[in-house]
Ligand binder design. Structure first.
Ligand code: SAM
Length: 275
């Protein structure tokens, strides 16, 4: 992808902001998953990014698709105050960004999306219901995030032992050191350990009430594997899981994990609103 053509990359080069490489790589990943969907929309759609963090992805999309109305909301939740500086740089480009949590926001959208946010909200069931209330008829809510049905915590790069509480007990020192060293105190507390199987069940059980039908795109796992080989920043961050994936692929057994879709470490769920 020709990332240098976007205005935001010049801003980041000029400012030399902390972690900009990491967040740029995250935005590139998000862009590759949204581009197709956004291109398929007719002009003048209302599009919302929830938890837009740095705002880099939103600025790229707004530049690529000037015929739509983009807005990003970002409350700088626990563990994410370090995104403020980047976010301020993006605002200078004239991208529509509000410092707000989804709970405070009400409007009707054709597309709502969130990348690596679903696992941080206090109550993901409430978030789903909110999305349903804020989607127009035939609108889409796109969610990309880790799946805690797979026993690995990708922010802290540790195995999950039974549940969040036990994992904290076993890895307390590592978790607290990680938060201190990466200036993200509160990150562990923000995690809700959402499991794909629970989201799917919730969606099936409440489809009549909230009008959402869900589609589970397991091809995301191929993209993640490709990302491990193409995105050096990501490979460095996910060294252990990356090594395991490469080994399983070399042994020819990586394809087998597709048989257990609820066990895949990452999820891409698309919710459609119908009456
Ligand atoms: C891992 S960051 C992801 C940022 C960005 N989406 C990205 O991929 O670079 C998670 C984000 O979720 C946001 N978040 C957490 N709770 C939220 C809420 N209730 N409403 C909106 N955003 C929230 C956090 O502030 C944080 O910026």
């Amino acid at each position: 992808m020709e990332i240098n053509k976007y205005e935001i990359t010049k801003v980041l080069e000029d400012h030399n902001l902390e972690n900009s490489k990491l967040w740029l790589a995250e935005a590139e990943f998000g862009f590759s998953h949204l581009k197709e969907h956004v291109s398929s929309l007719t002009a003048n759609m209302d599009i919302l990014e929830v938890g837009c963090g740095s705002g880099i992805l939103l600025s790229m999309l707004a530049e690529e698709f000037p015929n739509h109305n983009f807005l990003g909301i970002e409350p700088f939740g626990e563990g994410f105050s370090n995104l403020k500086e980047l976010n301020a740089a993006v605002r200078k480009l004239g991208v529509n960004l509000l410092t707000e949590s989804y709970e405070k926001h009400q409007f009707k959208y054709d597309l709502i999306y969130c990348i690596n946010v679903f696992e941080h909200v206090t109550d993901w069931r409430h978030f789903l219901d909110w999305a349903s209330n804020n989607l127009k008829e035939n609108g889409t809510f796109l969610v990309l995030c880790p799946n805690y049905g797979f026993p690995y915590e990708s922010h802290f790069k540790i195995p999950i032992t039974f549940n969040k509480r036990f994992t904290f007990t076993f890895f307390k020192k590592h978790i607290l050191n990680f938060e201190q060293n990466n200036k993200c105190v509160g990150l562990w507390d923000s995690l809700n350990f959402v499991k794909k199987s629970e989201v799917l069940t919730y969606c099936y059980e409440n489809a009549l009430e909230n009008g959402l039908t869900v589609s589970d795109d397991i091809s995301i796992i191929d993209d993640m594997i490709e990302r491990l080989s193409e995105d050096a920043e990501f490979r460095k961050r996910q060294f252990i899981i990356g090594r395991i994936a490469v080994l399983l692929k070399a042994l020819g057994i990586l394809k087998l994990i597709r048989v257990f879709p609820n066990f895949l470490p990452y999820m891409k769920l698309s919710f459609s609103k119908t009456s």
